[in-house]
Design a binder for this molecule. Structure first.
Ligand SMILES: [Zn+2]
Length: 222
């Protein structure tokens, strides 16, 4: 589950290129109207992470509770600037919502996901999407993905309630929209499908057809 933080993640050359691009965008803004504003918004999103807001208690998914994981269970990053986000990883806790929040707060656990979804559909965000949460058991998958835990056990299909599926689907659809991912099974994967993992979640009772249908039909309003 754990990973070392030995990688160099922000090459100077790339940063310089991006800053150059921003300057070009600013130049264009003086001439063109809406098109240039759109361009600027795009460039802001790709700008170095120091400029991305990090307010205490802020969440990426409106309505989620912020319940911070221990800093030992994730690595600070500046996604999607430093790592491309192109996967959502679906997990099942093998325990309760409270169990998940408790172990994520424990610095000895060495793992946490970004979100935990409760049986009634309530969502806690435990790690910012900017950051690399240790949830997939695979370093590159941690770096490229957002991890969502679901309360319950893989052996108990009754744990996966309608409220949970719907709420989780809205969250996954919003993540796909944020990072420009197709809402399909290539981009929305099971923990058990992550290379090298020995985990089996979310297991055979997770209803992928139903879940994907829900994810696809969510309308994202901006
Ligand atoms: Zn898992």
């Amino acid at each position: 589950m754990s990973e070392t933080n030995g990688g160099v993640r922000r090459p100077v050359s790339r940063r310089t290129l991006l800053l150059g691009g921003t300057a070009a965008g600013l130049g264009a803004a003086g001439i063109a109207g809406y098109a240039a504003r759109d361009e600027l918004k795009h460039l802001w999103w790709r700008a170095p992470g120091a400029q991305q807001p990090r307010e205490e208690g802020a969440v990426d998914h409106p309505g989620a509770d912020w319940v911070a994981a221990s800093g030992a269970n994730y690595r600070r990053a500046d996604r999607p600037y430093d790592y491309t986000v192109d996967r959502v990883v679906i997990h099942v806790v093998q325990g309760s919502y409270e169990d998940a929040l408790k172990v994520f707060r424990d610095p000895g656990h060495q793992a946490a996901a970004h979100y935990v979804v409760r049986r009634d559909g309530h969502i806690a965000q435990t790690v910012r999407e900017l950051d690399v949460a240790f949830h997939a058991g695979n370093r590159s998958y941690n770096e490229r993905s957002v991890g969502i835990e679901h309360e319950g056990f893989v052996t108990r299909p009754e744990d996966f309630t309608d409220a949970m599926y719907r709420s989780s689907a809205r969250l996954t659809a919003a993540i796909c929209e944020r990072y420009g991912m197709a809402r399909d099974r290539e981009h929305i994967v099971a923990h058990s499908e992550v290379p090298g993992t020995d985990h089996t979640d979310p297991g055979r009772h997770w209803d992928w057809d139903r879940y994907l249908e829900l994810v696809r039909t969510v309308r994202i309003t901006k």
